[in-house]
Design a protein around this ligand. Structure first.
Ligand code: 0O2
Length: 210
């Protein structure tokens, strides 16, 4: 157990630091009274049981986890609109506190399951008492609709261990299409939504100041 704690410690630190940094981006957008492409941010260290399951499924030897399992440290950024995602990725590319080393676009190329999300893998330097340690972390960027679908599908996946009954499979595919259409509809009325949100933010500020 001590070995796992030692191994996971830099990942825990990275997740905590990255949560602060990515949430900081959101606060900065809000302070500038700009539309924030970030609705909320979450992060987690993969539980040991999930690390072992995935290593087993993918044939990753435990001594190669550091280089071959890219999502032991995982962050998620949720956006309101599909069009928020690309500029956000561009902002991540420009940062100088980590390096993007891989990108997977499951939005242009959705997975067979219906899963959509934009994944970037970063190399992040963690400062430890023994010096700097570079670890890999995965940031998943998705809309609220993509996140809703993925969360539900993930729990059902857990329940059925990936072997969905046919009717559930069909429902999930339909739900994925509905989430896709919801994103499209929201994109079309994006300007209306943003004007309304800006109006409410101004109203809140006036109330606070006055
Ligand atoms: P958890 O519980 O989220 O940590 P692969 O696992 O082969 O699909 P790879 O190379 O590990 O792919 O990395 P990739 O493609 O970036 O995706 C891994 C993670 O993306 C998954 O982590 C999920 O978080 C998410 N994901 C990918 N495909 C699906 C999907 O069909 N449905 C849902 N709900 N999520 C998906 P883990 O390790 O599965 O689990």
């Amino acid at each position: 157990m001590k070995q796992w704690d030692l191994f996971l410690e830099p990942y825990k630190q990275a997740v905590e630091e990255l949560k602060v940094k990515l949430k900081g981006m959101r606060s900065q957008f809000e302070l500038n009274s700009e539309h924030s492409p970030i609705e909320f941010v979450t992060g987690r260290v993969k539980p040991i049981a999930s690390i072992l399951d995935k290593a087993n499924q993918k044939g990753i030897p435990l001594e190669k986890l550091e280089t071959e399992m890219q999502d032991i440290a995982g962050l998620r950024m949720m956006c309101q609109f599909v069009d928020d995602i690309k500029p956000l990725v561009e902002m991540l590319r420009k940062r100088n506190d980590f390096v993007l080393i891989e990108e997977r676009d499951y939005i242009s190329h959705k997975k067979e399951s219906g899963y959509r999300s934009y994944h970037v893998v970063i190399e992040y330097p963690v400062q430890t008492i023994n010096g700097e340690k570079k670890i890999l972390a995965e940031i998943q960027i998705r809309t609220l609709a993509m996140n809703f679908w993925a969360t539900i599908e993930h729990s059902l996946n857990y329940k059925y261990e990936g072997q969905f009954p046919e009717d559930i499979q069909l429902r999930l595919q339909r739900a994925a299409e509905a989430a896709f259409r919801l994103d499209e509809e929201m994109s079309i009325i994006r300007n209306e939504i943003q004007e309304a949100q800006a109006f409410f933010t101004r109203k809140k500020e006036i109330k606070k100041d006055g």
